[in-house]
Design a protein around this ligand. Sequence first.
Ligand code: AMP
Length: 196
Amino acid sequence: MNQIKNIAVYCGSSPGLDPYYMTAAYELGEYLGSNQIGLVYGGASVGLMGAVANGCLSKNGSVTGVLPKFLKKKEIEHAGLGQLILVESMHERKLKMFDLSDAFVVLPGGLGTMEEFFEVITWSQLGLHQKPIIIFNWLGFYNPLLTLMQNMVTSGFLKKENAALVQILETSKDLLQTIQNYSPSNTEKWLSEDNV
Ligand code: AMP
């Protein structure tokens, strides 16, 4: 069973068009705070990033932001965090977030979120870590990504067991149990079901 203290959340610095995204991100933050799980994230106050941090803070949760100095100059850092770690570069930020976290959660987002997701799953594929990786597929946002990954498998570019390193959830309530039971050798349901 995986013991979890801190979870890194990768998510959009934008709110998304459907209000559900902001609501669900806030609720995820509340869930983390209520369960005494520390949130590690990019440190911004905007978009889903701000929502998940505010949700966690509303339950007196521990929130650690890891922000590159050049973004702080743009004054978008979250002013109310328990801990704001300033780093020199985006590379340093990602490494710091990785080191601080026991698991990674991916919410809807844009290119920055995708970059973080693919880096962390690639590192897992290479055997550099075995930390759980979870995608929240709110409103089916990640269906196209899952279709692409399924296509990578069926086209012979991605091993099924590596695609299965990511697990898919719809709601926060199953998060801790999923993380505690996570095993890199599990074949995840989303791959075996014909969901593409
Ligand atoms: P995006 O999905 O393109 O909006 O990028 C969001 C992801 O990139 C987040 O998970 C952050 O870790 C990182 N990121 C993007 N914008 C910022 C920002 N203003 N401050 C800190 N991190 C950011």
